[in-house]
Design a protein around this ligand. Structure first.
Ligand code: PGA
Length: 243
């Protein structure tokens, strides 16, 4: 594992051709112009924009990732995209088990694990997301929920060089309610204990320029997974530079 912080931008279902290309070029130029490498940046655009982004970041240190994949390599799965297809387009990462997939597409952890197996087989790095809801935290179940998600979502072949863990408390995603530093420290230590040394553990949930430095310098925080702020060049640049 490198010590460089991993900064992932999850564009979710946002961006068309023109703004995708412009944003990717902006970050390719930023990363190419830095003398020291304090961060690794990954842009995860919607599937329709992967080719555009891969073209724009070519010959820069920035990488591209998908936001989901199917667990099969190919077949009769209308509307789905396989890990092999993402790899073929030039992706090196794929986000799996994001809370919006778990919530809106009813994806359970065992399905996330199957997708992760497929991602690893395709040579992608899987970014496996876990995180408790507000109700689960209020009920004192956050540690158990995250432990259960980790146990059932990580594939048997998960290793620090092919799998990244992202802790994203559901109540902090897109809400502006960032977890407290104590909560992040506690949960990342809990995940470190379960996953073992070496794995990169990212925090996600309302990360922005104003809180990135504090979060990125906490123990066991190896990077951030950023949604809304990754669509704003100045915000995402400041988050990366905070690393
Ligand atoms: P947010 O989203 O930064 O907009 O809270 C994070 C995520 O969903 O990965």
């Amino acid at each position: 594992m490198t010590t460089a912080k991993l900064i992932i931008g999850n564009w979710k279902m946002n961006s068309l051709k023109a703004d995708s290309a412009a944003r990717a070029i902006f970050f390719a130029d930023l990363a190419s112009g830095l003398k020291s490498k304090a961060f690794d940046m990954v842009l995860c655009p919607p599937a329709t924009m992967i080719e555009t982004v891969v073209g724009a970041i070519k010959s820069s240190p920035v990488a591209c990732g998908g936001q989901d994949c199917h667990f099969e390599t190919a077949g009769a799965y209308t509307g789905d995209i396989s890990a092999a297809m993402l790899k073929d387009l030039g992706c090196t990462y794929v986000i799996l088990g994001h809370s919006e997939r778990r919530q809106y597409h009813k994806e359970p952890s065992d399905l996330v694990a199957k997708k992760a197996v497929s991602a690893l087989a395709a040579g992608l790095i899987a970014v496996v997301c876990v995180g408790e809801t507000d109700a689960e935290r209020s009920a004192g179940k956050a540690n158990d929920v995250v432990a259960d998600q980790l146990k059932n979502s990580l594939p048997a072949g998960a290793k620090p060089d092919n799998t990244v863990i992202a802790y994203e408390p559901v109540w902090a995603i897109g809400t502006g309610k960032v977890a407290s530093t104590d909560d992040i420290l506690q949960m990342h230590a809990h995940i470190r204990g379960l996953a073992g040394a070496g794995f990169k553990i990212l925090y996600g949930g309302s990360v922005k320029a104003s809180n990135a430095a504090e979060i990125l310098h906490l123990a066991n925080v190896d990077g951030v997974l950023v949604g809304g702020a990754s669509l704003k060049n100045d915000e995402f640049k400041a988050i990366a530079l905070a690393a």
